[in-house]
Design a protein around this ligand. Structure first.
Ligand SMILES: [Fe+2]
Length: 241
């Protein structure tokens, strides 16, 4: 698996709390078969979660050194989970916000309860500049849980969807789980990722079962596409059909 959504960098957002926890997370990820991870700390302009690329990159280098010492063979890359607003495009150009491994792909989140009035225009402006927004965990958005017609708007615009695999064990509630399975069965996801935050995340206790359940629905071939081949295209900045 190549995981394009994770909060493994410590003391930067609501993810890993210290270096030991980052290492513990990566040890557990290695055990479940993860080969590469993109660290995607939150970037939220109007909050304390807005560390610039240079400082994030230093943290990534330190973590790389630590896991090398401990012989954990996972490759690490840098990105952000970006809370979309008017300033983000400029912040990318200024080197404060990271796309996924410097590619055209950018992991996007927005308010859970209802969309801001300019959401579609902002996403469209990303696409117009050649970026490809990957919507993080669409299944968690409450207005999409009750209005599946709205979902197609994002896909028609050229956005891609990344599902959180922990929905199988209902980490985010019944409605998120229901929409997760709807999107999975209807072939709407382009990626599945962990969105891991902590070493004791429920994901690690149930991964084998979760993987098996997903494969039963979408086939092993499709599972590999969503968890390996499409993420690999992101790392290489290649097009995804
Ligand atoms: Fe996240």
């Amino acid at each position: 698996m190549i995981d394009i959504h994770s909060h493994i960098l410590c003391e930067i957002d609501d993810g890993s709390r210290n270096m030991e926890e980052s290492i513990a997370i990566l040890e557990k990820m290695e055990k479940i078969g993860v080969k590469a991870v993109v660290a995607t700390p939150h970037y939220i302009t109007c909050s304390k979660y807005r560390e610039n690329n240079e400082s994030k990159f230093q943290k990534l280098l330190t973590l790389k050194e630590e896991i090398k010492k401990r012989e954990i063979s996972i490759s690490l890359y840098l990105g952000n989970e970006v809370f979309i607003d008017n300033d983000i495009l400029t912040l990318i150009l200024e080197g404060k916000v990271a796309t996924l491994n410097g590619s055209r792909y950018i992991l996007i989140e927005f308010p859970i309860d209802q969309p801001t009035s300019d959401l579609y225009n902002l996403l469209f402006s990303f696409c117009a500049k050649g970026y490809i927004p990957i919507i993080a965990h669409p299944e968690r958005y409450r207005y999409l849980q009750t209005n599946t017609e709205e979902i197609q708007k994002f896909l028609d615009m050229g956005c891609l969807f990344q599902g959180n695999i922990e929905n199988v064990v209902e980490k985010y509630g019944k409605s998120a789980k229901k929409l997760f399975f709807y999107l999975l069965k209807n072939n709407k996801y382009h990626f599945l990722a962990t969105d891991v935050h902590h070493k004791d995340d429920i994901l690690f206790k149930n991964f084998k079962k979760v993987r098996k359940r997903i494969i039963k629905i979408i086939s092993l071939e499709k599972y590999k596409e969503l968890t390996f081949f499409n993420p690999l295209k992101v790392l290489k900045d290649e097009e995804i059909e």
